[in-house]
Design a protein around this ligand. Sequence first.
Ligand code: C2E
Ligand code: MG
Ligand code: MG
Length: 731
Amino acid sequence: MALGFLKNGREAGRSARGDAGSDAGAARPERVAVLGEVEELGVGLFWATDAEGNLSFLSRRALEELGEDAASLIGRPLTQVFFDAESEGGTPAQRSLGFKLKAKSKLEDQVVAVPDGRGATRWWRLSGRPLFGEDGAFCGYRGTALDITAQFAYEMQVARASQVDELTGLANRRKLGQRLSAMLAAFRVSQRSCALMMLDLDRFKQVNDTMGHLAGDELLKQVAQRLTAIVGDQGEVGRLGGDEFQVLLPDMDDRGSLGELANRIVQSLSQPYQINGRRAIIGTSVGIAIAPYDGLEADELTRAADMALYSAKETRGGTFCFFTSELRDAATRSAMIGERLRDAVDNGELKLVYQPLVDPETNLVKGFEALLRWHDAQEGDISPAQFIPVAENDDLILRIGEAALRQACTDALAWPEHIQVAVNVSAKQFVRPGYRKAVAAALAASGLPPGRLELEITESVFVGDQETVDAIFRDLKKLGVRLALDDFGTGYSSLGYLKHGHFHKIKIDQSFVRGCTENGDTNPAIITAIVALAKALGMETVAEGVEAMDELELVRQRGADLVQGYIYSRPMTQDEVLACFAEGAGLFRPSGPPRHRSERISIFRKIGLIHEDHYYEVILRNLSKTGARITGLAGVPVGTDVVLDLGHGQLVVSKVVNATEASQGLKFETPLISDGSGGFMTRHRISPYALAEAGIPLAALGHGAFPLAKWREAHKSPPRFIQLDLSAPGA
Ligand code: C2E
Ligand code: MG
Ligand code: MG
């Protein structure tokens, strides 16, 4: 029996792992027969793609439904065969098909439009999953589809008539889309700005799965109420569908206030929810894009906000992120990491280093934290903060986590008996069934007494169902290992779980410690409060990320039991740890700058500098919130007022405060703000309309006849400073 049309069927079957792969490969006749039977029963249609995302298989019924020419669809990109419901006039509650395919995420009830070759559109509900070969390489999707044309047409009619999301009473996707398009069109004429926030709840699915759909619905209602209360009359809140919300904020382009608003939203939505007498904790991630800077049209702006949201979720969830052009580059990098990581694990390229935790009263080491290191031949050192989230996307995290655990236990056995080892555990790994077994196995294999092993867990394990999490904690406690709460204060910040007495130790996050001695900081008060709370509950405290002597003094005075940071030591290799014990009892002398200095980021980036009528090119050597150092110009006197052009409309009025022959230190008139991911940005940007006038048009605006640009070209007065050759070494 011929079952549909199959391209490269054998290969697809061989390269894919697991049963589903063999199904689609249709290599075995009995499977094919079963598939045919199933299809005849009307249960569903079947489809598959190759690794490039091209349709490689459609089952027979599917071909019949789509008419004579359907066979010609084989080999076409999936997004050219199936179209997002929205672009066909529907009202979907979903992310775009293209987005999901790119992210290689599972498709669950994705509603798509399929032109049937007879001039009509069919509506299919797709499900499918990505397949990976033994070598970790992506080999395509396999999936099923249900024809829901009749039902969907009816739903669409109902939705068209309504602009309200029935569950929450908020504006629905259709209304939001119309509002955004209309607003952007009007604002383009009057050159006003408008911000778009995209929200996606973290771990909503867990609540839905463990507590039921009714509880999920109730949770969404409460989320809608909290959101509306915070946004108030500043903007319009809507629900796109599922666990996605959107906020439209007209005339908002101050990234400082937008960041504050996003932060309030994140904080509020991550407070616990009371649902039918049970407690649930979720989080949210927020992506922000601003018109006209990040996009002029609705779809462009939406894509930008989506990319920012994706990045916020990737970093760690429970946070917000602004769209920047670097985001596109970062997306490429994380795809690269995804491709190489599996090989790196197979080839043993991941190593552990150990950073001491020191008693600040005696300077004696009490334990070490194991930290992963990956040196890639091409990319150089890749931080665990970058590759752990990538590994968490699939089962790789389990392999990495287990290997790290075993290695750390083995290494620790060679240390003196009173020295502990701490190992980081990803929340995804922690909640998997079988985690307790893996820990027990690592202890047994190494012979390390359980009391010497400490597991570092972040607050993100507390989302979702509390009972499951509690059970895991009980199991681990029975084993006799110690538990530490890592990065305390950055996550869901609900103190409830501390009372259960799961933890032996709280690690105060670096963000409270770094810069805690700067004037007017509330951080010292927070540190004091955390220490007091920990003492009352019988837990130890660790101050993380101590770099300067004044910070060490402060956390010691406030009663932190242990200190971990560059002030004592950077992470060291196992050989260095052993050498340190061979020499003595493990004494670490603090050494570092006397005072905290506001964070500087070393970068070597070409930027612009405007002085009088001239536009110079300079190199940015380092950048802090309040100033920068540049090279590339000679003869610039101290006291000169200049404007730095950091790109994308970010102009910074600055003064030269010190200068050598070829380098100048600048102080900014207004400090920069944090971009939420370790960098800095200006609060406001110069509108692309104004930039276009000055001859730097945004691609979307096109190159018009911009008077200022012409004027600039024609301007002849001599430059005041000497422009050095930026390609010369040392410039
Ligand atoms: P973490 O558990 O909070 O680890 C502390 C991080 O702060 C480490 O970065 C450490 O090198 C850094 N650090 C320590 N003292 C200072 C200081 O004085 N100044 C500064 N600027 N940084 C300091 P690292 O090694 O890049 O690790 C980043 C994160 O990656 C860790 O944060 C942890 O969440 C994760 N990670 C590392 N190893 C593993 C692992 O084996 N498994 C899992 N699941 N996650 C890991
Ligand atoms: Mg840690
Ligand atoms: Mg930490």
